[in-house]
Design a protein around this ligand. Sequence first.
Ligand code: ADP
Length: 294
Amino acid sequence: FAIKMDDLLLQEELGKGQYGTVKKVSHQVTNVVMAMKEIRLELDETKLQQILMELDILHKSTSEDIVEFYGAFFIESCVYYCMEYMDCGSLDKLYGDGVPEDVLAKIAISMVKGLKFLKDELSIIHRDVKPTNVLVNRKGQVKLCDFGVSGQLNKSLAKTNIGCQSYMAVRSKERKSEEGMPERIKAADTYTVSSDVWSLGLSLVEVAGGKYPYTYDNMFAQLRAIVEEEPPTLPDHYSDEARDFISACLHKEPSKRPSYAELLQHPFIQKYIDVDVDMASWATEAVNSQQHRQ
Ligand code: ADP
């Protein structure tokens, strides 16, 4: 069935992204709590219909490692995207000073499986893998969001972005995950699956160490460091398997980075795949200490 605005009871704002606001809503027909993302786009009816059609494949193909899609609709030129509500929010607000190795492993497993699903089942590369786009709930589930399933929506968002460029450059603390990637800095249009693997590695270093690994106060120094310096590594207290997993993802030469199938066979993943890690407690404690910090 289709979701309509009339059936939704709007609750609090969950966050603001680059393109729009995310609100918590309650679908009164089914009593399901959802997250609704509002994306403002100046588009004609044909393009909007195309976006809805393209998003529709998400109904047919689901994975436990991907934030569930419930439906989308548009009003005037806003697209409203309704998805599973993840009650602990995004990973960037949960990692604090860093996470223990077993938690990192479970996060890595979900991310690799999610990315593999997107590629194998939907033939898409994520293009924006970063801790903000990894959501967590109190059950301890970790899922990817913000993947570009709709080609038309991607195109429209890219156009919207042109007008925002200078604004983005001024916000020096804002970073697009693509910027932290050697091949993106060197040449345009070289985005492949292995670029997502780099972003995965960089995101995991950030989650493990509790901060974005490249910290320079200007963008030029930062970009130069990404291209010229050795890639970041995990802090010393992580095991050799964990450190090797990260160096494999962060190989400067894209073709040398492992595939998702290879990553799932890596000793770091194999060491933890059958271990029961209490992710629910970790997530709950992480939310509580985040609320303390505020
Ligand atoms: P960005 O453009 O930075 O990726 P989004 O617009 O996707 O950000 O989301 C903004 C914020 O809203 C996120 O950082 C997250 O905290 C929150 N959010 C997004 N989707 C959900 C969801 N499904 N459940 C709970 N919170 C969400």
